[in-house]
Design a protein around this ligand. Sequence first.
Ligand code: MN
Length: 237
Amino acid sequence: MHLIGVTPYVRENGALSIGKDYMAAIIRAGMLPVVLPLTDCRATLDAALNAIDGLVLSGGGDIDPKLLGEEKRPETEDIAPIRDETEFYLVRRAVEMDMPILAICRGVQVLSVALGGRMYQDIGAQYSRDIEHTRMDIPAGHAHDVTVKGGTLLHGIVGRDTLAVNSRHHQAVRAIPEGFTVCATAPDGLIEAVEKQGARFCLGVQWHPESMSAERPEQQALFDALKIACEERKPSC
Ligand code: MN
C-alpha cells in the first residue's frame, strides 16, 4: 500500500494536528496516510521522503512574510516558522524526486512560493473584495465556483469545466513559478489551482477537496488520481 506523508498544523499550544477529513480521503483512495514531523533536521526529512510515495501539504496558518521578502501586513497571522521551513524543504525535494504532490489551501501557496512564485498576504486588502473567500461558516459547503482550464491535469481528473468548491483562505497565489500553469480560477479571477507542467503529478488547489470528497466524487477524484500517480511511479507489485 502506498504511503502518503501529510504535513500537520501547529496549534497555539504547540501541539500538532491534522484534520480527520485528510485521513479519510487518503484512506478512501486506498492509501495509508502518515503524519510527518516538523523539523529543521534535513536528514530526518530526507528519510521521510525516502519512506513515502506521495506528499500532501495540508491547510493551515499563514506563511511568514519574511519568506516573501515582505513586511508583515496586519491581516497576516498564525505563523509557524518551523512548518514553513519543513514544508519548503519537503516540497522542493519532492519536486526534484518527481514525487506525486497534492498541495491543499495553504499548501498551494507553499508550493508556489517555495518554487519562486508570489502570493497575496491578504486577498481583501491586496486583490479584491468581490468574492468572500473566507467562508469558515460553510467549511464543506459551496462557497463559489471555479473555472477549470481545458487540457490540464486538473481538468482530466475532474472531467468538467466548472467545479463547486468551498473556500477557507484569506491568502492566495499572486504569481505562479516558472514552468507552472494556472488550471483553475475563481469568478473574480483569483488563482484557485496550479500545476507543474511535465511533472508526474504536482497539483495545488486553493480549496479543501478533503472536506467535500465524501459527498462529491469529483473531489475524491483528486485523491484517487494521486494514488494512480504513486502507482505509476512505484508499482505496488
Ligand atoms: Mn476561494
